[in-house]
Ligand binder design. Structure first.
Ligand code: ZN
Length: 281
């Protein structure tokens, strides 16, 4: 079974072939069925039925693409909210709307933070329907950031390594994770993070699935790895704790998050998807 983490799926037709044709995008914005995303408290608005909230066009700065046949736009928000406020709403967001939510939040947030050229400091201009910014002074092109993060489950002899970050809610254990550094492969980053945070050496790093994580612009790259030993040396600056869980303990935690052996990560996190994949494997 192919895993389908939250924030993934069909979502928008991004219609990137139109991005270099501003007249065509302007014509789409004049269509009666064109809609603009309604932002609420720094996040894409979510209605009671879990659908995103759309309104008439007032500032169609960003051409998001098509939802079905209908053109979708967004203004650049004044500011975007952080992950904590968004997490509280994720349970109410319809899964088929989540890819659009992720694209709009990540792209909108990037524009709020990248108004000036990183090369020369001049104000930049929106181009390509909002999927790029261009510097009129030095001609540099700037593209929305995507920051790769490896997130992984290490297994040793039927047990799984999970850790607790200091900001987690009580009883939460989840997959270890870390940013891929410049010049690293995915496999290198998985091995380095597990060595740094848990003191284990691993082999057989295998890709499982990925997930856009728009807080603000990560791409979570989910992997499995095989640990070569059971002994841990936990980096207590990064983690409160890390320990091995048996297959039965993981199954019990997923079956009963509130009173199982630990509280698993929420359903919208790819760490949860990885745990479910591991149990099914
Ligand atoms: Zn410049």
């Amino acid at each position: 079974m192919r895993p389908e983490p939250f924030f993934t799926g069909a979502g928008l037709d991004r219609a990137d072939q139109l991005r270099g044709r501003p007249e065509d995008i302007a014509a789409l914005a004049r269509r009666a069925d064109a809609r603009q995303l309604a932002w609420k408290d720094g996040l894409p608005g979510i209605a009671e039925d879990g659908r995103l909230v759309w309104q008439g066009l007032s500032a169609p700065d960003l051409f998001l693409g098509f939802e079905g046949e209908e053109p979708r736009f967004s203004a650049i928000p004044e500011a975007v909210e952080g992950s904590r406020a968004a997490f509280a709403l994720m349970g109410s967001l319809a899964p088929d709307q989540a890819p659009i939510f992720a694209a709009a939040l990540s792209l909108g947030g990037w524009h709020t933070r990248h108004r000036f050229c990183a090369s020369c400091g001049s104000p930049t201009e929106i181009v390509r329907g909002g999927w790029s910014r261009s510097c009129p002074r030095c001609s540099a092109e700037h593209y929305p950031r995507v920051d790769p993060v490896v997130i992984m489950l290490a297994e040793h002899d039927g047990a799984l390594l999970l850790g607790r970050q200091p900001h987690y809610p009580p009883r939460r254990y989840s997959a270890l994770a870390g940013f891929v550094e410049a010049g690293e492969t995915i496999e290198d980053a998985v091995a380095r993070e597990l060595r740094e945070e848990a003191g284990i050496a691993v082999a057989d790093v295998a890709y499982v699935a990925s997930q856009p994580w728009p807080f603000p612009s990560s791409l979570m790259i989910g992997c499995f790895a095989r640990s070569l030993s059971r002994e841990l040396e936990v980096d207590t600056l990064e983690l409160d704790d890390a320990r091995w869980f048996t297959r039965d303990e993981v199954a019990a935690a997923l079956a009963d998050p509130d009173s199982g052996p630990f509280q698993p990560p929420p359903r919208f996190a790819i760490a949860r998807t990885l745990l479910e994949c591991w149990l099914a494997s």
